[in-house]
Design a protein around this ligand. Structure first.
Ligand SMILES: NC(=O)c1ccc[n+]([C@@H]2O[C@H](COP(=O)([O-])OP(=O)(O)OC[C@H]3O[C@@H](n4cnc5c(N)ncnc54)[C@H](O)[C@@H]3O)[C@@H](O)[C@H]2O)c1
Length: 333
């Protein structure tokens, strides 16, 4: 079966997604694309080899025969696009964040369940081989009890400024940098943690960018097993020296990585460095989405995982606003 995909939103991130589909032509074809901007949809329709361009999601869903969609829209449009597509019986890949509120996430969960379709969250950083290996090492208990995990995603963002468009709008982004780039270290933290988050404390700041929301964030997350997670994320500066993409500290030693290699330093053993090939995580993510559909299997991260990530992020916003630690599940207190 060749999966037929409708690509919804033909802006910046749609290009690496499109490349991912073009890499596995025997398994998938992008047969429809949608964007409100004619130039964007026409360019993408040609790029993927002759898809039908649509101006609206409704037209794409009613006039094309796609099996699945790929939502690459600004954040405030995610929920409606997912609900429309899943309601029409299409599988969904959605860029981060899943949506903007827990009420929206609940609506998404209901429509996914009612229609028996698959929703995969586009959490591309989980496709780094070093992340996969770290997860296996953690699951094997090699580090013993885990004390701390720090996850980091920072870069100097030249693209968000005076003409930032929807990214400058607190309402459209759903906050600021934390719910955008900060979403990556949040899902990475939860993925590695293997325990439920219970408390969140955050300090969010705007140092350098002309946007309504924060451009930087530091978030502490307490987990049920006693571990503390620390998310560091920013658009105001490149990753400072020594700040690994993730760092896990446990009873027997530590483990850290920037994505291409994994360092394992156990107290009573020789240190090890595992080298991994450079990968394009978007291509791996897209191939996995297509194969989840073809093989009818669960994606690495579903809407349930996306909802948990969103819950931590919303708790962080509440914490920063109210200047207190927020219990998970009570973010609206
Ligand atoms: N995983 C990553 O590393 C990564 C990187 C960048 C962006 N993203 C995510 O991808 C998504 C899109 O971001 P982007 O940078 O591509 O944004 P973008 O602004 O470059 O592209 C958005 C596109 O959506 C179109 N659009 C707007 N309203 C529409 C509507 N109602 N119907 C159809 N099309 C519409 C716009 O015309 C534009 O072409 C966001 O969720 C963002 O967080 C993820």
């Amino acid at each position: 079966m060749t999966v037929k995909v409708g690509l919804i939103g033909c802006g910046g991130i749609s290009k690496p997604h499109a490349d991912g589909y073009l890499k596995i032509p025997g398994e998938v074809r992008v047969t429809a694309v949608c964007d409100v901007v004619e130039e964007n949809r026409t360019r993408m329709a040609e790029y993927v080899g002759g898809a039908r361009p649509f101006e609206s999601i409704e037209a794409l869903l009613s006039e094309s025969d796609v099996d699945a969609v790929d939502v690459c829209l600004p954040h405030h449009l995610h929920k409606d696009a997912i609900v429309a597509a899943a309601g029409a019986g299409k599988h969904v890949l959605c860029e981060k964040p899943l949506c903007l509120t827990l009420e929206e996430a609940e609506e998404i969960g209901a429509v996914i369940r009612d229609n028996g379709v698959t929703l995969m969250c586009a959490h591309n950083q989980l496709f780094y081989p070093a992340v996969k290996q770290a997860k296996e090492i953690l699951d094997a208990g090699t580090l013993g009890q885990i004390y701390q995990v720090r996850t980091v995603d920072t870069f100097f963002n030249r693209g968000v400024g005076a003409n930032a468009g929807w990214r400058a709008s607190r309402a459209m982004v759903g906050g600021g940098e934390l719910i955008d780039t900060g979403y990556h270290p949040t899902y990475l933290l939860l993925y590695l943690a293997n325990s439920a988050p219970t408390e969140v404390g955050a300090m969010l700041t705007r140092h350098a960018l002309a946007i309504e929301g924060e451009d930087s964030g530091q978030v502490l997350v307490r987990f049920a097993d006693g571990m503390v997670g620390n998310i560091v994320t920013s658009w105001a500066y490149d990753r400072p020296a020594g700040w690994w993409q993730f760092l896990v500290v446990g009873e027997h030693g530590q483990m850290y990585s920037t994505g291409d290699e994994l360092h394992l330093e156990l107290r009573d053993a020789e240190s090890e460095v595992f080298e991994h090939p450079k990968v394009n995580t978007f291509h791996l993510e897209i191939a996995d989405y297509v194969r989840c559909i073809r093989e009818d299997r669960r994606p690495v991260q579903t809407h349930e995982d996306g909802t948990k990530v969103l819950e931590v992020i919303l708790a962080a916003y509440t914490s920063d606003e109210k200047k207190r630690i927020v219990s998970i599940g009570k973010a609206s207190d």
